[in-house]
Design a binder for this molecule. Structure first.
Ligand code: F6R
Length: 365
């Protein structure tokens, strides 16, 4: 079943070009237009919605953070994103003008399911982004968007995440088409670029060796910091979760602009920092943040878009993702972070596919 790969986790990382391709191409009709099977939301339905909550756990929550940005930017609808175990208990304001979006690979996560029930009770419409067909989450939702990632066996979620991002981009574009918040040409540009993502992911995977080398040099760290701004901050959270869950290294992520408000005190000689810097608009700010940690002795590995070479002068190592629209860079920029977690886990002799204390599906509260 592992088809020659040493672990399911690695196999699933490598299946991402296909997962993203399947998720996108099934939603584009012969005329090149978006058609989202399973979504019955009409123009009128959307016009009546004035607030969206995205609710999920773990990696699915991290996908939601990226989804929030896409929906706000493409479709202009206010979005909040929360973890299900918090959302359920905070008496969120929900009414018939609320769209609730649940995200779940397994479709069985209990906190997510209970959040759906709470939202429905208060009159919200429920749309879910799910990988497992016929799962509880999909059965209890009004609209379902299936990610076509295929079965995910490794406990660390990888291909589910990139297909969830893809789902959010498509849903955001679909909403934009319905409400006309952004221009047709902008939407077409994004859709065209989205179709290139499978090839771009593959070109990142072709550079796996670079990450393997980095992991060989850095697997003995006791702590690792991830930082980023904008969507790169969301990626920092996901990269950090991936690393901690399979390598057991104490890692955490922070919005780079928050560093100087406390956390920079933890940076000392040799501290390993991963800086995600894919966004043109925030590039200079990230360069300053990298300089700040370098000045305190950090060793910095950065992820940037091809062509933005200025960063080489400051960071110790740079991994370049193919040049793309800032809006979509998350899909490729997460790949080196997944690979890094995988190779560090391997180097530390851990059970990569089944990390300690974790279960693939969390059906308890
Ligand atoms: C992390 C991971 C978990 C899941 C979370 C939600 O790699 O796999 O954080 O993302 O338990 O699970 P689902 O998506 O099945 O609801």
């Amino acid at each position: 079943e592992k088809e020659g790969y040493e672990h399911f986790t690695l196999k699933e990382i490598y299946e991402q070009p296909k997962g993203v391709k399947d998720t996108v191409t099934r939603r584009i009709d012969a005329s090149g237009d978006l058609k989202l099977e399973g979504l019955q939301i009409t123009k009128e339905d959307l016009a009546a919605i004035n607030r969206i909550y995205i609710v999920a756990c773990g990696t699915a929550y991290h996908a939601g953070l990226v989804g929030r940005r896409a929906i706000e930017k493409f479709a202009g609808i206010p979005v909040e994103c929360d973890v299900a175990s918090e959302f359920r208990y905070r008496d969120p304001f929900i009414d018939a003008h609320t769209l609730f979006i649940a995200v779940s690979q397994s479709g069985e996560t209990l906190d997510t399911l209970q959040s759906i029930r709470e939202a429905k009770r208060k009159g919200a419409r429920v749309l879910s982004i799910v990988n497992v067909v016929g799962s509880s989450v999909s059965r209890e939702s009004d609209d379902v968007f299936y990610t076509w990632a295929g079965p995910e066996i490794g406990v660390a979620s990888t291909k589910a995440y990139t297909t969830q991002l893809t789902a959010f981009y498509l849903i955001a574009l679909y909403f934009a088409k319905l409400n006309g918040y952004t221009t047709d040409s902008y939407r077409h540009e994004i859709l065209k670029e989205l179709l290139k993502m499978p090839t771009m992911i593959q070109s990142v995977l072709d550079k796996t060796e670079d990450i393997q080398k980095l992991a060989a040099a850095q697997f003995n760290n006791e702590k690792v910091f991830f930082m980023g701004r904008g969507v790169d901050c969301d990626l920092a959270f996901e990269g950090s979760l991936k690393l901690k869950e399979i390598s057991y290294i104490n890692s955490f992520a922070i919005a780079a602009g928050e560093l100087k408000h406390g956390t920079i005190a933890l940076i000392e000689e040799g501290t390993f920092v991963i800086a995600v810097a894919t966004q043109d608009r925030l590039y200079d700010k990230m360069l300053s943040n990298i300089k700040e940690v370098k000045a305190r002795g950090a060793h910095v590995f950065a992820i940037a878009q091809e062509g933005n070479t200025e960063i080489q002068k400051t960071a110790d190592e740079v991994f370049y993702i193919p040049k793309t629209m800032d809006e979509l860079a998350a899909i490729t920029a997460i790949i080196p972070l997944q690979l890094f977690a995988y190779y560090v886990s391997l180097a530390r002799g851990n059970d990569v596919d089944k990390p300690r204390n974790l279960a693939k599906s969390v059906t308890v509260e």
